[in-house]
Design a protein around this ligand. Sequence first.
Ligand SMILES: [Zn+2]
Length: 343
Amino acid sequence: MSSPVVKSRNVLKRNSMRVAAALLAALASFVAGPNAALAAAPQHHDRVPGFYRMKVGDLEVTALFDGTGVFDPHWLKGTKATMDGGVKALQEDPHMLDVADVGFLVNTGKQLILVDAGAGTWWGGGAFGCLAGSLRSAGYTPEEVDIVLVTHLHSDHVGGLTTQVGKRVFPNADVYVAKAESDFWLSPEIAAKAPKDAQPFFQSAQAIAAPYIKAGKWHTFSGSEPIVDGMQLVPLPGHTLGHTGYEFSSKGQKILFWGDIIHAQRVQLQHPEVTAIFDIDQNAAAATRLQLLPRLAREHVLIAGPHMPFPALGRLRKEGNEYSWAPVVFTDQWDEHAPPLQK
Ligand SMILES: [Zn+2]
């Protein structure tokens, strides 16, 4: 039998060991333990391709992110008063006018149609070339695309069609473009006479089109001939000769794929008369924009604008002589049969 003193010493020893064990356990859980919030989460440096999907009537429309680029404020042209006003302030920050580059996929239920194809590897001064990855992330493959409608032949809209070694990215697709557009950019005679600065535009258009022409998959249109059921051609001249919008209608809803109607939304929505140096016919480009924007605002037409902020889908609100952009933000009605957003 132990003495009372020895017994109390043992109790003390046992108690202090219990306290030490509890402290060690707390320390262990602090260092590596179940309370993860106490540990620093590692940062992720990879970026994933992006897509945004919505319904327009019975059409499924998916915005496919291709990349982003810098838009130099000096590329804008307007009156001295306009340029000295708000635009000059933008020139202090070269990133104020950064643009997205987006293509759009329309699944009509019968056909898979791509409208504009992003820059791919054909446009410098930005980070592009994500469109095919975005397409795969959205659940489709390039081989499944039946038709490509291109608004014009600048390489930030058609570069995604072809690799640098001349391979078709969409091997089963028929490509459609306005005849005036195709005739202009693919003409060796016009290219030869063009200023040196414009030469790369001709060279890229010709290289991108070549494998589709060779395969008999390059088609032009010159009027209002139907290419796809429920789709209307909307000539939007000025930016380029055959610059064309594509307006789809379904169940009373409309979506217009408007190409390069707006490059610098921070300036041109306030001042639709301001043009860009890439507009081949400055007066026509301004006139087209001034004519088009009121109708789109009045009719609440959904707009797919490749250079608007991703997902580059939204509507215009008219306020006096100015416009504001109301982007879709997961608020548009989705298919009632679709599952809710993943949590
Ligand atoms: Zn463009």
